[in-house]
Every structure is written in C-alpha cells, then in structure tokens.
Ligand binder design. Structure first.
Ligand SMILES: [Fe+2]
Ligand SMILES: [Fe+2]
Length: 415
C-alpha cells in the first residue's frame, strides 16, 4: 500500500486501549526479565554444552526485549515506577518454580515447550490485533522479540530431541512442565486474558529458595571432567608456535567458566538498576561467543576438545566470594588488567604475525574489542557494587587475583 506509509489495515479498531496495552506489555517485560534471571541462576548447574551456549544467547535476547519494553511502557501514560514491580504474583510464582529446574531436560522443556511458545503466541496475537497506526512503536519491538523467539524455538526443537535421546528416564520433565503449565494458566496466560479461576496455585519446589551451585557443571556424558588446571589438547603439536596457538584456542574455548561467574553475579546480586542486569546479560553472551571462538578454531583445525578436562576455575575458585568481589576479580582484575598489560592487543598481533592463523587472528581482533567493553563495564559497575571508589576496588581486585592464582597453583601441584 502506498498510503499510510505502507501500514496495513489502517481503518481497523485495535484490541488494546493505552491502559490495557501498558498492562500487557508490563507482563511481557516481567517474563523476559524473569527468564533472564532464571537462566543466569540455572547456568552454572546446566551440563549440555549446546544448551549452555544457547542459554547465554537467549538470556541476552531476553534482556534486549525487556530493554525495549522498558522504554515503551512509560510512553503509555504509565509511571516508570511499574518497571520495578511484579505485575502478577502467579507469574512471580511461575518464575520462582522455573529456576528450580533440576535437569537440562526440565529446564529446556519448561522454557522452550511451555513458556516461550506461549509468549510467541501472545506476541503474534498482539501484533495482529493492535491498531496498526497507533501502536507502531510496540509493533516494531514485538516483531523483533517474536523473530528472536521463533529462532529460539526452532533451535530448541533440535536440542530437545537430542536431550531426550540421552535422558536416563523417559518423560522425566513431564511433572515439572505440568506444574509450570498450570501456573501459567492460573495467571490467565502470558497476557492475562485467558479464562482463569479463583484457585491460586500452591508453591511446589520453591518453598525452599533456589540455591545457586557452589561448583559449576559440565556434561559428564560427553565432556571431560571439570578441572582447575589448563590441560591443552591430547597430543600437543611439536612446533612451539603451533603448540602455543592451540593452547590459546583452548583458553578461549574454556571462557564458558567466565559466563558461569557473571551469571552467578547477575543472579545473586539483587536490587541493582536495570542497566546493570542488561549490561551483564551482554557480558555473559560475549564470553559465550569467546568460548565459541575457541571451539570453532579447534574444530576447524581438527583438535578434539570436548572430551578433554574442562577448566572451571573462574566460577569454582571464586564461588564463595560476594558478587561485588567476583565482578571486581573478573572485570577489573582480569579484564582491565589485560588492557593495562596490553595482553589482548599482543594476543591479536601474535596470532597475526607469529602464528599467521587467519581465523584466530580475526577472533582475537574482536576478542580485544569486546574486552575493552568489559573493562569499561567493570569500571562502571564494580565500584557501584562494592560501594568503594575505583582505586580501592583495584586493590580489592588485586587481592582476589592473588587468592585465585594461589588456588590455581595449588591445583597444579596436586595434578
Ligand atoms: Fe572473554
Ligand atoms: Fe571479557
């Protein structure tokens, strides 16, 4: 259509008043943020490598969708004070139960077969039934969110088939999903517009608050054991430059342990401004991509990595520290430290000039760029978390680094 800037169906009366629209978008926002937080709480305990990768990607996409919704809701004659409110105690219960998933299959099936399909359906209904002129700003953001959900669900169908093929017990996820489905229905569905009864669901597992694991996990069926020591590849190349390159590839691949660390900070640190959670979601996804850098380089060059021991020190050694100390350790100690020492720049130049490996050179080029962002995030959030000026946070980070490397050395001596 040439008229109306190509907007279809301009004469149709939409299903949403301003007030109703704000109330529904507030539920979408809450669910995206709840999924982000639950995924962060679950990540250290999840095992399947491919599932972990997608948890990191999808929690970032949840954060992006929530961020857009946060900007849209106050445009609808609604106080931004609602953005820190929980819109429906039954949705709150749903999220408190979701984070209690005990297996990969429970988690994946609850997210990708119960909650996200219901969100996609609600978003599609919203896109089709809102007035197309008045609600263009919502339409733009929901289109993006729906496109992300579609891609997530398509990927998840393949993952779930793989998880089910490995599951010890058929249908182990059924009870968990059944409980969550009942809770979502009791809330009137994602938009809260389905028929609902006055029977409020009872707590199930969430009577005991979820405790984030003290030690991170990796898939015991397909992967090597977790370790606090770097182990490289099985038959290291005799050529010293090639050997160093392969070690670098594995260090990248094992950055999954940084995802676990940040996820733990995100989950356990409550009452921060939204932009903190938004930034950390991106930080987690970046570290997962860095792990993919290593995985892709190793696989491209024919090195087996999955059955090798998996380094989990970032999470495991720091597990007992408070979130502020964990984040200072990573973002100031490690990441800002790598800028001060020019470590990231040197890694890139070494891959380019010594190893002459085009794929790793490209990976390190972008790794360096990402790490500049992360050091900046550290300077932004670590002082805020610690309640101390940056100079003092750097002293704290140095102490935490000393502790960390002492623990790694101890593990190396025992190995
Ligand atoms: Fe990284
Ligand atoms: Fe980083």
């Amino acid at each position: 259509m040439i008229k109306f800037a190509g907007i279809a169906n301009p004469y149709h009366v939409g299903a949403y008043s301003v007030e109703r629209n704000a109330a529904v978008l507030q539920r979408y926002r809450y669910l995206h943020e709840g999924l982000l937080r639950a995924a962060a709480g679950q990540l250290p305990g999840r095992e399947d490598w491919n599932l972990r990768m997608c948890m990191c990607k999808h929690l970032y996409e949840d954060a992006e969708a929530a961020d857009l919704l946060r900007r849209r809701i106050p445009e609808l004659r609604t106080s931004s004070a609602v953005l820190s409110k929980e819109p429906d105690p039954r949705l709150t219960l749903l999220m408190e139960e979701l984070v209690q998933a005990r297996t990969d299959l429970e988690w994946a099936s609850a997210v990708y077969e119960v909650i996200k399909p219901a969100m996609l359906e609600a978003f599609r209904f919203h896109l089709d039934n809102t007035q197309q002129i008045v609600d263009q700003p919502t339409i733009r953001l929901l289109r993006q969110a729906a496109a992300d959900l579609e891609a997530q669900l398509e990927w998840a169908a393949a993952l779930l088939a793989d998880l089910r093929a490995q599951a010890e017990q058929e249908g182990e996820e059924r009870e968990f999903c059944g409980v969550l489905r009942t809770m979502l229905l009791a809330a009137g569905g994602v938009a809260g517009d389905l028929p609902r009864s006055a029977d409020v669901p009872r707590r199930w597992r969430s009577g005991t608050p979820y405790a984030i694991p003290g030690k991170s996990r990796r898939d015991p069926r397909r992967m090597g054991p977790t370790t606090l020591v770097r182990t490289g590849v099985e038959n290291p190349p005799a050529d010293p430059v090639l050997n160093e390159l392969v070690i670098k590839m594995r260090v990248r691949q094992e950055e999954m342990t940084a995802c676990d660390l940040i996820a733990g900070v995100l989950y356990t640190q409550s009452s921060m401004p939204w932009s903190f959670y938004y930034d950390l979601a991106r930080h987690i996804w970046d570290e997962a991509r860095h792990a993919m850098f290593g995985q892709a380089a190793l696989e491209e060059d024919g090195y087996e990595w999955m059955t090798r021991p998996q380094y989990t020190s970032d999470y495991d050694i720091n597990a007992e520290k408070i979130p502020a100390a964990k984040y200072a350790w990573l973002s100031i100690g490690i990441e800002e430290g790598a800028m001060i020492s020019l470590g990231k720049k040197k890694e890139y130049e070494w891959c380019r000039d010594e190893a002459k490996h085009p794929l790793m050179t490209q990976f390190q080029d972008y790794d360096w760029a990402d790490e500049i962002v992360h050091a900046n995030l550290g300077r932004k959030w670590a002082p805020d978390l610690m309640g101390e000026p940056l100079g003092f946070v750097r002293e704290i980070a140095q102490k935490e680094l000393d502790h960390f490397w002492a623990e790694v050395r101890k593990a190396e001596q025992q190995a």
